[in-house]
Design a protein around this ligand. Sequence first.
Ligand code: PEP
Ligand code: MG
Length: 324
Amino acid sequence: ERAEWRKLKDAASVSKDGKHFEVAANIGTPDDIDAVVDAGAEAVGLFRTEFLYMNSDKLPSEDDQFEAYKKVAEAMHGKPVVIRTMDIGGDKHLPYLPLPEEMNPFLGYRAIRISLDRQEIFRTQLRALIRASHYGEIRIMFPMIATLDEFRAAKQVFSEEKAKLVADGVPVADDIKLGMMVEIPASAVFADQFAKEVDFFSIGTNDLIQYTFAADRGNEHVSYLYQPYNPALLRLIKNVIDAAHKEGKIAAMCGEMAGDQVAVPLLMGMGLDEYSMSATSVLRVRSQMKHLDTTDWAQVVDEAITTCQTNEEVKALVEKHLQA
Ligand code: PEP
Ligand code: MG
C-alpha cells in the first residue's frame, strides 16, 4: 500500500470524477520542510510559528524570523506557504513574556489578541514575513479571529508595515494574500461577511471543535465531545466553505480533521479546496481522493446534515458508503 502511495508523490490530487484539490502539510519548524517536499505536498497549509518564540529566551529578532520564513518559502519553490502569526497564550507560555494568570486561558489573552495589543511584537513578525515574501509564495494567516474588527485591525497593521518596507526600497511580493483561521464559532457563523474581506479561510478544527462543544481539547474527561462528524459541526464547516466560494475565495482546513479518512470524503463532498495535515498523511489522503466521486459524496453530505442526528450516525453512514 505504501509503495503505491509513493507513486503519487509527483501526482496532482484529483478525485475520481476529475476535480482538483490541494493536499498540503503542516509544519512547526523550518526543519520540517524536508518531509513536506519529500511527500510531494502541494503547499504548506499551516506553518505554526510558535517555535520561534518558544525555543528562545527572548523575543526572536526580525532577522531571525526572516531567515526561517525565507528558508521555507525557498524550499517550496513557488508553491504556497501559509504562515500563521504567533499563537502564543492558551497553554503556550513564554518565560520572557509575562502573561496574566487566567481562569480560562483558552478563552483568554492569546494569539491575535496579544498581537493586536502588543503591536511591537506583531509588527516585527509582519516585517519579517513581508520581507520573506520576495523569496516564494508566502501567505499570511491570522489565528483566533473572532470579529471583523480584529481582522481589519490586523490587515491595517500589515498594510502599514508593508508600505514602510516598500518606501525603504525593500523588495517584497506585490500581492501577499491575507487569510484567517476559522476556529471560533462566531467567525464560522459569520463567514459570509468575513469572506468579502479575506483572501482565504483555513478551518482550524482542533479549536473549532473545542469551542463549538465547549470541551477543552486536552481534557480526557470530556474527550467524548471531540466529535468531528457531529452534524452540528458539519453544518458549521459547510457554511464556511459555501461562504468562501460565494466570494470566489479559497476554503482550506488545517486541523486534524483534514487528514481523517472518514472526514475527507465528506469534506470533498462539500468542496473544501485544501487539506493540510502532517506530512506523513499526505500520500495516504491523495490516494484516498482518487477513489471518491464528489457528486456522490455531496449527496452523502446532504443526508448527513439533514437526516443524521449524532456523530456515530454520520460515521456509520460514511463507512457504509466507503464500503459500497
Ligand atoms: C486548529 O486549531 O485546528 C489548528 C490547526 O491550530 P492549533 O492546533 O495550532 O491550535
Ligand atoms: Mg488553533
